[in-house]
Design a protein around this ligand. Structure first.
Ligand code: SF4
Ligand code: SF4
Length: 88
C-alpha cells in the first residue's frame, strides 16, 4: 500500500509532511500545485497523516470517494523529474 495526498493540499503545500517522512518519499518540483507521495518508496509509517494541517493525506484504501482521482495522480507523477521535499 501507500499513502496518498488528496485535494486539500492543492495550493497549500506547507511542507509539514516532508519534515516528518523518514524516507523522503514526498516529492515536488517548481510549478506543481500539490505534493506527491511516491508509492514505490512510501513505507506506510503513517507519520505524515496527523501532521498535515489540511487533513489531505490518506492511506490508499481510505481515500474519500470524491478524491479517488488523486490515487492515479500520485501513482502517475513523474518522480524521476522531481526531487524529494517542498520544491514548488
Ligand atoms: S502537510 Fe498536507 S498540506 Fe502540507 S504539503 Fe503535506 S500534504 Fe500538503
Ligand atoms: S506514510 Fe510514512 S513513508 Fe509514507 S509518505 Fe507518509 S511519512 Fe512518508
Amino acid at each position: 500500500m501507500t499513502y496518498i495526498i488528496g485535494k486539500s493540499c492543492v495550493d497549500i503545500m506547507d511542507g509539514s509532511c516532508v519534515d516528518v517522512c523518514p524516507v523522503d518519499c514526498i516529492y515536488s518540483k517548481p510549478g506543481d500545485n500539490q505534493l506527491f507521495i511516491s508509492p514505490d518508496e512510501c513505507i506506510d509509517c503513517a507519520a505524515c497523516e496527523p501532521v498535515c494541517p489540511e487533513n489531505a493525506i490518506f492511506p490508499e484504501d481510505q481515500v474519500p470517494d470524491d478524491q479517488k482521482d488523486f490515487i492515479k495522480l500520485n501513482y502517475d507523477y513523474d518522480y524521476d523529474d522531481s526531487e524529494p521535499g517542498k520544491n514548488t
